[in-house]
Design a protein around this ligand. Structure first.
Ligand SMILES: Nc1ncnc2c1ncn2[C@@H]1O[C@H](COP(=O)(O)OP(=O)(O)OP(=O)(O)O)[C@@H](O)[C@H]1O
Ligand SMILES: [Mg+2]
Length: 423
C-alpha cells in the first residue's frame, strides 16, 4: 500500500511537470477523477451547510469569518462575499452587544451557549439562540458559531403562558367580582335612598322636616345650591359603571348557568348586527349606518350547538371595538367596512369578523385578550371585552379565537367553534 502511495506521489510530481510527458498522459484520467471526487465532496459539504436551518459561521484563530452559510446571509442580511474576512461583530451586528462573551467563548475548549438573545424593537422582537464551539481540526484553529432563530418558538410559548395567565387572572377576577358585588349593591342602594329622602314627592319627608323645624322647600333650596343631587347622580353613574365591570368579570366564573342549544348561527349574527346598529351608547360613539356591512355567509351551514346569548355577546364586543377603533381613526381614506364571514370546516364552524380600520401594532395584538388590557383612555374602556369573549369561546365553547392584523390595514378576528360540544 505504502509503495503504491509513493508511486502516486512520484506520478503526481511528474504530472506537475517534473516527469515524462508519457507519465502525465497515463495518470491524467486518474487525477481528473480525484479532482472530481473532491469537488463533489466539497459541493456536498457546502450543500449540507447551506441547507441547514441554522446560521453556521466558521471563524479562524483571529476571529475572522471563513465560512458563512445561506441562513447566516438571511439572518444578517449580509452576503457571504461581504462577510468573509470580517470580524464576527462587524458581520453579525446581533452579536455586537455580546462581543465579550463571543471573544471568551472562542478561546474556550468547550461549547458555550446563550439562549433567547433579543433583537429588534418592541414592535418586531426577534429571539436567537447562539452556540459557540471549538473547531476540531488537526491543523486549523478556530471556532464555529451557530445561530438559531427561535422567535416563533418563543412566540408560541408566550401565547401559551399568556392564555394560562389569562385564565388564572380570569378566575381571580371572578372571585373578586363576587366580593365586590355586595358592598357595591349597598352603595347603589343607599345612594338611591338618599335621593328619595331629599325628594319633595314623599309625604314622610315633609313630616320629618317639620319636626326639625324646617320645610322641604328650604332643604331643597340648600340641596340645589350645594349641587347635592348632582353628586348623588355621580355616585350612581360611577356605581353603575363599576357594576358593569363586575358583571363582565363574573362571566369568567365557570359556575355561571349556561344553556346550550342548537342555533342557526346566521340568525344569531343578524340579530347581533341589528342590536349593534340600535345600541344607543354605540351610536353615540359611531353611527353604524356609515359602515358598510357585508355578510358573507356560507350556504347550508349546519346548526351550531352553543349558548346563543354568549355568542352574540362575543360578536357584539367585536363590533363595538371596531366602531370605537374607526371612530378614533376618522381621517381614514377608504369608507369603513365590516365583513362577517362564516364557513364550515371539518367538525368546526369558522366565524370571521374583518374590518378595514386602523389595525393594531404587534405589541397591542399580543395583549388584546388579556383582562384589563386597553388602549383607551382611563374611564373609557375596561379592557374586559375581548378577555370575556376569549373566555366564552375557549372555555365555555371549547373553540379557538385569534386575531390577524397589520397596522393601517384593519383587523380580522377568527373564531372557530366545534359543531358538537362534549361535556
Ligand atoms: N378591531 C380592532 N381594531 C383595532 N384595535 C382593536 C380592535 N379590537 C380591539 N382592539 C384593541 O384591543 C384593545 C382591547 O379590547 P377590549 O375589547 O378587550 O377592551 P376595550 O375595548 O379597550 O375596553 P371595553 O371592551 O371594556 O370597553 C382595545 O383597547 C383596542 O386597542
Ligand atoms: Mg371592547
Amino acid at each position: 500500500m505504502k509503495n503504491h502511495s509513493d508511486e502516486d506521489a512520484k506520478q503526481i510530481q511528474s504530472l506537475l511537470g517534473f516527469g515524462e510527458f508519457s507519465a502525465r498522459k497515463s495518470y491524467y484520467p486518474e487525477l481528473q477523477k480525484r479532482i472530481e471526487d473532491l469537488e463533489n465532496l466539497q459541493s456536498l459539504l457546502s450543500g449540507i451547510i447551506n441547507s441547514m436551518p441554522s446560521a453556521l459561521i466558521a471563524l479562524d484563530a483571529q476571529g475572522r469569518v471563513t465560512q458563512w452559510n445561506t441562513e447566516a446571509e438571511r439572518l444578517s442580511g449580509l452576503s457571504s462575499s461581504h462577510a468573509l474576512g470580517k470580524s464576527i461583530a462587524e458581520a453579525f451586528p446581533l452579536l455586537e452587544a455580546h462581543k465579550d462573551w463571543v471573544q471568551v467563548s472562542m478561546r474556550e475548549p468547550a461549547v458555550s451557549k446563550k439562549e433567547r438573545i433579543k433583537s429588534g424593537d418592541q414592535e418586531s422582537t426577534k429571539y436567537y439562540d447562539v452556540t459557540i464551539y471549538p473547531l476540531v481540526q488537526a491543523h486549523v484553529k478556530g471556532s464555529v458559531i451557530r445561530v438559531d432563530d427561535v422567535s416563533e418558538k418563543v412566540r408560541i410559548e408566550e401565547i401559551m403562558i399568556q392564555s394560562e395567565k389569562m385564565l388564572s387572572i380570569g378566575g381571580l377576577a371572578a372571585g373578586m367580582a363576587h366580593e365586590i358585588n355586595n358592598p357595591l349593591a349597598g352603595i347603589l342602594h343607599n345612594a338611591q335612598i338618599i335621593a328619595f329622602r331629599l325628594s319633595k314627592e314623599l309625604r314622610k319627608n315633609h313630616e320629618i322636616a317639620a319636626q326639625c323645624g324646617v320645610t322641604m322647600d328650604i332643604i331643597n333650596d340648600y340641596v340645589n345650591r350645594r349641587s347635592i343631587m348632582d353628586k348623588i347622580r355621580d355616585i350612581q353613574t360611577s356605581g353603575e359603571r363599576a357594576a358593569d365591570i363586575v358583571s363582565n368579570m363574573l362571566s369568567f366564573s365557570r359556575k355561571t348557568e349556561v344553556e346550550f342549544e342548537s342555533q342557526d348561527l346566521h340568525v344569531l349574527l343578524d340579530h347581533t348586527i341589528e342590536l349593534a346598529s340600535k345600541d344607543y351608547d354605540l351610536k353615540k360613539k359611531y353611527d353604524f349606518r356609515q359602515i358598510r356591512m357585508t355578510r358573507d355567509y356560507a350556504p347550508n351551514l349546519p346548526y351550531l350547538y352553543c349558548v346563543g346569548g354568549q355568542i352574540q355577546q362575543v360578536v357584539l364586543n367585536l363590533l363595538i371595538n371596531i366602531a370605537q377603533a374607526m371612530n378614533e381613526n376618522k381621517e381614514q381614506e377608504q369608507p369603513p367596512q365590516i365583513t362577517i364571514r362564516t364557513a364550515q370546516e371539518p367538525d368546526m364552524i369558522r366565524i370571521e369578523v374583518e374590518d378595514n380600520g386602523p389595525g393594531m401594532t404587534p405589541f397591542v395584538k399580543k395583549r388584546i385578550f388579556e383582562p384589563f388590557f386597553t388602549t383607551k383612555r382611563p374611564g373609557k374602556g375596561t379592557g374586559l371585552g375581548l378577555a370575556v369573549s376569549y373566555f366564552i369561546v375557549t372555555k365555555t365553547h371549547h373553540g379557538t379565537m385569534h386575531v390577524e392584523s397589520t397596522p393601517g390595514q384593519g383587523a380580522t378576528f377568527i373564531i372557530r367553534l366545534p359543531l358538537a360540544q362534549s361535556e
